[in-house]
Design a protein around this ligand. Structure first.
Ligand SMILES: [Zn+2]
Length: 264
């Protein structure tokens, strides 16, 4: 079986993880830019990180036969540092042109503040200008309110929703996300988020057509092989092969192929 991991932070993982992913059937990993664990003190710190993802991580993955593509942007947790955030957004387009960058992400809301909304909106405008795919981070608390707010901004900006994935959905938000035509819905298999049983139940309830599953593995207690492990357990949880293929490979392939740079 072939797997695309549509959301993982390899920056925070070891080379052994790349090797294990290759051995478990992964063909490509998608890495959205995120918070580093401490806030960045200048825009140049972001740009160094972007270059690290685009070049170093891409090459590290390639050594193990894996495609690696990045999404770049200012994450919600650092949006309150607006002076830095706006400078990064002003310099973002140059990095988005890189052959290993597919789009903008992960951008979204954390505490649902006006600063976060403004930082999100400015980046949506850039994505719309260049017709780029976008990975959206939905907040962990007040998730439903956050997802509704994010969708409202997308609609106000007349965003083309087929290029957007609303990530980290739960039972609380899946209906709201999929009610929007063409919007893709991510489910994150993470100890503090959704487990395999709940993911399988959501896929059964809503169908597999617009759902992607991911590990979002990072420096937290997380596991980079979660998607492979879920795929192995899904038949016992009542999911058919066809649905499993869609949520672990086909939907991601279709979504990321909206960028001409995605060639796997
Ligand atoms: Zn993430």
């Amino acid at each position: 079986m072939q797997i695309i991991e549509p959301h993982i932070h390899m920056y925070a993982r070891t080379t052994d993880d790349y090797e294990a992913m290759k051995q478990s059937g992964y063909v490509a990993v998608i890495e959205p830019a995120f918070w580093s664990g401490t806030d960045r003190s200048s825009e140049s710190s972001y740009f160094d990180y972007f270059r690290h993802l685009l070049e170093f991580e891409h090459a590290r993955a390639a050594k193990y036969g894996l495609y690696h593509y990045s999404f770049l942007g200012v994450n919600a947790k650092e949006a309150r540092h607006t002076a830095i955030a706006f400078k990064v957004i002003d310099g973002l387009e140059e990095y988005l042109k890189h052959p290993n960058c597919l789009g903008v992400g992960e951008i979204g809301l954390d505490l649902i503040t006006p600063d976060e909304e403004e930082v999100f909106r400015r980046q949506v405008k850039i994505a719309e200008k260049h017709k780029l795919p976008v990975i959206i981070h939905s907040p962990h608390t007040n998730k439903r309110v956050g997802v509704e707010r994010l969708i409202k901004i997308l609609l106000e900006e007349k965003a083309d929703l087929k290029r957007y994935v609303m990530d980290h959905n739960t039972e609380e938000t899946m209906g709201t996300t999929l009610k929007q035509p063409h919007l893709m819905a991510g489910i994150t298999l993470y100890p503090t988020k959704v487990n395999n049983e709940r993911a399988a139940a959501l896929i059964k309830e809503y169908g597999a057509e617009r759902i992607l599953i991911n590990s979002s593995a990072d420096w937290g207690k997380s596991y980079p092989l979660n998607v492979a492990q879920a795929a192995a357990q899904f038949p016992a949880l009542g999911l058919k092969d066809d649905a499993i293929r869609k949520v672990t490979f086909e939907n991601a392939h279709r979504f990321f192929s909206q960028s001409a740079k995605f060639k796997i």
